[in-house]
Ligand binder design. Structure first.
Ligand code: C2O
Length: 572
């Protein structure tokens, strides 16, 4: 009887003609202090539920998420669901002073959103100051029930989150840098799932081990949550097949090494050796760095271990351990080749809906700059010179965070004095962006928004500048995925370059590495009303002002309007 019942329940599920509508999932994330030791340094850090990294959040496409975030720490907090489209639910997006005021000590906020038309690996992180250094975790969206992956079903799925470990308090580091105008101290280690691995002193016991069986396929859900570094990643003596980036399926391709910028996610299939290899394999990551500043040039290692056959005689610790060869730290050639391989799957079920016609074209520069030293009493600064402080900008505007949330100001019609709706279409003072930098490298400051009508089809070229050194900038746009229709080096040529745009199967993502000394062209449809932050995902550059926001107005129809704010929206 019982088994018959079970059988009929199963067949009922199997016979469902359409995937069922989503469910509501409830999570509570307690932001609290937690003591962690790495590299023989113990510190108290801001964590989610006393876990470092934070716990995994799982949903299915179509589900509604109700995530209660409770702040038990002295710091203000705010969480962002990186890559979630937040259709009409901008109040739940999370960047502090953009879509909400921070959650203050002792307060809570219920993030309420539905996952629409997305499945894959995303992540969440704090979106205020540098707290995302320790407040982050995977956000995994499975396909709807009964909908398969467009690749063979993996034996197991494993999140691998790259992070950066600082022995010192990261809030103190950025506070200090802001005061002196200098570059902030770099990290002491990179981590995989919070563990630096055996290549660092006093760290061997904190090593991420991936135990596998021979002859199986594993789906690695790779997330770069590092603060300030793009990373190369490779597994010794294995190749992986890239199948997804930023929660969008891609045309599968094989590679020894992947490149992943902060903010990006990459799903790869790892096929293990057909039989027990009598060896273990390092999985290592280290930076891809193109700027002139100092950076943490160390290597994190995890170990890929094969389950031993029953009668194996050697202790697993005594097996030979192979090491992968990673590209050089500044291997832009590899970076270019890798990003050229990334193409949307563009299948019947997962089409690439690239905007074919464009309503508005924008050209923004992205790069570094300077501010005058603001110290009184002739004290000197530690910027590029002792009379200047480091800054960064988009189109030479270094974006100042307001003291009220932009979305609230817009919604309530009280934008005066909070923001200016006049972000420039083109740089106000054009120059040879990738040539010899201009003598005057000072930025202007402001809280300027680019206003778009609902459903505007946008083309945006982001041009790196050589001011204080060309550098690859991972630009992240909230609220949308975009298509990377073109990329190149030197100055963008509006006459020649658009002819080479890929409007068929360009990669669709939420964070793109603007090539060092080059440009990236993206297209997106502004079909999501709200205020959407766009910034470099190198946290140091965001802090210096490499950020701006788009304001997408409501459409005419009722389902084209921003939803009203929730009652518990934090106040400033
Ligand atoms: Cu992952 Cu605005 O950030």
């Amino acid at each position: 009887m019982a088994s018959w019942l079970l059988f009929s329940v199963f067949s009922f599920v199997l016979l469902l003609p359409e995937p069922a509508a989503g469910i509501t999932r409830h999570y509570t994330l307690d932001i609290k202090m937690h003591t962690v030791t790495r590299l023989c340094h113990t510190k108290s850090l801001v964590s989610v539920n006393g876990k470092f990294p934070g716990p995994k959040i799982i949903a299915r496409e179509g589900d509604q998420l109700l995530i209660k975030v409770v702040n038990h720490v002295p710091n203000n907090i705010s969480l962002h669901w990186h890559g979630i489209r937040q259709l009409r639910s901008g109040w739940a997006d999370g960047p502090a002073y953009i879509t909400q005021c921070p959650i203050q000590t002792g307060q809570s906020y219920l993030y309420n959103y539905t996952v629409v038309g997305q499945r894959g690996t995303l992540w969440y992180h704090a979106h205020i100051s540098w707290l995302r250094a320790t407040v982050y975790g995977p956000l995994i969206i499975l396909p709807k029930h009964g909908v398969p992956y467009p690749f063979p079903k993996p034996h197991k799925e494993v999140p691998m989150v790259f992070g950066e470990w600082f022995n010192a308090d990261t809030e103190a580091i950025i506070r200090q840098a802001t005061l002196t105008g200098g570059g902030p101290n770099v990290s002491d280690a990179y981590t995989i799932n919070g563990l630096p691995g055996p290549l660092y002193n006093c760290s061997a016991k904190d090593t991420f081990r991936l135990r596998v069986k021979p002859g199986k396929t594993y789906l690695l859900r790779i997330i770069n949550a590092a603060l300030n570094d793009e990373l190369f990643f490779s597994i010794a003596n294995h190749t992986v097949t890239v199948v997804e980036a930023d929660a969008v399926y891609v045309k599968p391709f094989e590679t020894n090494t992947i490149l992943i910028a902060p903010g990006q996610t990459t799903n790869v299939l790892l096929k293990t050796k057909p039989s027990y290899p009598s060896a273990s394999f390092f999985m290592t990551a280290r930076p891809y760095a193109t700027g002139q500043g100092t950076f943490d040039n160390t290597t994190v290692a995890g170990i890929l271990e094969y389950e031993q056959p029953k009668h194996a005689k050697t202790n697993i610790k005594n097996l030979p351990l192979f090491t992968p060869v990673l590209p050089a730290l500044n291997d832009t050639n590899f970076a270019t080749k890798f990003s050229n391989k990334l193409r949307s799957l563009n299948s019947e079920k997962f089409p690439a809906n690239v905007p074919q016609k464009v309503d508005r074209k924008f050209f923004f520069t992205v790069g570094l700059g300077t501010n005058p030293c603001n110290h009184k009493n002739n004290q000197t600064c530690q910027g590029p010179t002792n009379t200047t402080m480091f800054a960064a900008s988009i189109s030479n505007i270094s974006f100042t965070l307001p003291t009220k949330a932009l979305l609230q100001s817009h919604y309530s019609g009280r934008s005066d004095g909070v923001y200016s709706p006049n972000f420039p279409w083109n740089p106000i003072v054009p120059f040879n962006y990738t040539g010899t930098p201009p003598n005057n490298t000072m930025v202007s400051t402001g809280t300027n928004l680019m206003v778009l009508r609902y459903n505007t089809s946008v083309e945006l070229v982001m041009q790196d500048t050589s001011i204080l050194g060309a550098e690859s900038h991972p630009l992240h746009l909230h609220g949308f995925n975009f298509f990377v229709v073109g990329q190149g080096f030197g100055n963008f040529d509006p006459n020649k370059d658009p002819k080479k745009f890929n409007l068929v199967d360009p990669i669709e993502r939420n964070t793109v590495g603007v090539p060092s000394g080059g440009w990236a062209a993206i297209r997106f449809l502004a079909d999501n009303p709200g205020v959407w932050f766009m910034h470099c995902h190198l946290e140091v550059h965001t802090s210096w002002g490499l950020r701006m926001a788009w304001l997408v107005l409501d459409g005419d129809k009722p389902d084209q309007k921003l939803l009203p704010p929730p009652a518990d929206l934090p106040k400033c």
